[in-house]
Ligand binder design. Structure first.
Ligand SMILES: C[S@@+](CC[C@H](N)C(=O)[O-])C[C@H]1O[C@@H](n2cnc3c(N)ncnc32)[C@H](O)[C@@H]1O
Length: 245
């Protein structure tokens, strides 16, 4: 990742990417779920459902949800896969607080536990989980390879990684329409509703530099993952990546 352009939410005086990302998500946490639904017209819910459906085929009993945020992916996994245990980890305490309230409301606290942590330095022993997953999280890592290699380390042999992440549509006219929406419209709605000047501009910029499709598979393979594949969602706005240890 070191040779790639690093996009940060705020300017260089705001500290490291990790510090800025934590600050940004702590700030927008109260608005995050609502903005997701509004900005994606509710499609983000379907994306998570599809991703979990693919992971369900692997029948994981223990799951680590990296960058769990407000817990939507973990909650969907708990309901659909019915594993023994899910740990949701995130660097932003305010995102987790909202997630914990949702988990309690849905009476899922026996299955899902949440904790503050950095995905690039996981506290877990190697070979701990049947599946490790992340939705819209890995794009925010300061060091993508470090974060992914930690995900690899804590997976059991034969375990599955699932990453759901934005990608860039390749074909006319969606490519052009998506670009107009993502670059010009979404940041304005995001700014008004989240009260953060930069967060949704950062969303657009971080997607532009994120290594999507085959490039992301190549990174997974270089870290030791096998059977790496992806499924395109919504004509390329989003992708589900799956691979095995
Ligand atoms: C766009 S949100 C995604 C949340 C959730 N997975 C979802 O599907 O809505 C990205 C999350 O990644 C978290 N994050 C970013 N960098 C992280 C890191 N190094 N370690 C743990 N969490 C991180 C942020 O705090 C934020 O909650």
């Amino acid at each position: 990742m070191s040779d790639k352009i690093q996009v940060t939410p705020y300017d260089s005086s705001g500290g490291s990417k990790k510090h800025q990302v934590t600050r940004m998500f702590d700030k927008i946490a109260p608005f995050y779920d609502n903005l997701n639904r509004v900005l994606s017209l509710g499609i983000d819910v379907q994306w998570r459902k599809k991703a979990i459906k693919l992971l369900k085929a692997e029948n994981p009993k223990t799951i680590l949800d990296i960058a769990t945020g407000t817990g939507d992916l973990a909650i969907e996994a708990a309901r659909s896969i019915k594993p023994e245990k899910i740990i949701g980890l995130d660097i932003s305490p305010n995102m987790l607080k909202i997630g914990e309230q949702k988990i309690e409301k849905q009476n899922l606290q026996n299955v899902i536990s949440m904790e503050v942590g950095d995905s690039e330095n996981l506290r877990f022993e190697s070979l701990s989980f049947d599946a490790v997953m992340a939705a819209f999280g890995v794009r925010n890592f300061e060091n993508l390879e470090k974060g992914l290699s930690e995900m690899y380390r804590v997976l059991k042999p034969g375990g599955t990684i699932m990453v759901l992440e934005f990608s860039k549509p390749k074909h006319f006219p969606l490519k052009q329409l998506f670009n107009i929406y993502f670059k010009n419209i979404l940041p304005v709605i995001g700014r008004l509703k989240s009260k953060d000047e930069k967060a949704y501009k950062y969303l657009y910029e971080s997607v532009q530099v994120f290594p999507d499709y085959e490039t992301f598979l190549d990174i997974l393979k270089s870290l030791g993952f096998t059977e790496a594949r992806y499924k395109v969602l919504s004509a390329g706005i989003c992708c589900i990546y799956l691979a095995k240890k």
